[in-house]
Design a protein around this ligand. Structure first.
Ligand code: 5GP
Length: 176
């Protein structure tokens, strides 16, 4: 690891704030929280416990960067939701919005499925890397243009179980 970007305690504070924001915005309603596997799994499990509302959980997996670190720009649904989102308040829970291509595609997809509302909650956002405009309704923190791992984020399926988020040494992914 080159350096630590977010310590465990900082992650906890961010998750609590995001949970409070969602709780406030959806008072008196139910939300349908959609975890984008695998990267958002740890964030998702902490976030849903910080939302003080009735919450239904569902899971989706999109095609990812494979085992490398560069985006292909192609989005594919590898695992779809278990139930319909029609008429529901969907909150997509993502780890990082980078180019924005995946979330741009998915938010449009949910609107076609006639969700009542579609909002995006992302722990991290890299605005300097955007290729398409995506509104992150609940944003944890802006991240630098560096490759991050830990707290669900992987490099070649490793590091997901780290309790903090760190910057991976470029030598590690430059080899591929
Ligand atoms: P986008 O479609 O916005 O370019 O891609 C977002 C996805 O790329 C994230 O869900 C995540 O899987 C991956 N990604 C983007 N930046 C990073 C990073 O710094 N570290 C890791 N591990 N994955 C990243």
């Amino acid at each position: 690891m080159q350096e630590i970007f977010l310590e465990e305690i900082a992650i906890h504070d961010i998750v609590t704030r995001l949970g409070d924001e969602i709780t406030r915005d959806f008072q008196g309603e139910e939300v349908y929280a959609v975890c984008i596997l695998k990267g958002a799994a740890l964030f998702f499990s902490d976030l849903v416990r910080a939302i003080k509302l009735p919450v239904q959980l569902d899971f989706m997996q999109l095609s990812s960067y494979g085992s490398g670190s560069a985006s292909s720009g192609q989005v594919k649904i590898l695992l779809d939701l278990a139930s319909s989102v029609e008429g529901k308040n969907v909150i997509i829970v993502e780890d990082i919005v980078d180019t924005g291509l995946s979330m741009h595609y998915l938010m449009e997809n949910f609107r076609h499925r006639r969700a009542k509302s579609v909002r995006l909650c992302s722990l991290l956002s890299k605005p300097s890397r955007r290729k398409v405009d995506v509104r992150v309704d609940y944003c944890g923190i802006e991240a630098p243009d560096a490759f991050l791992v830990g707290y669900g984020l992987d490099y070649a399926q490793k590091y997901r179980n780290l309790p903090y988020i760190g910057v991976l040494k470029p030598e590690i992914y430059a080899k591929n």
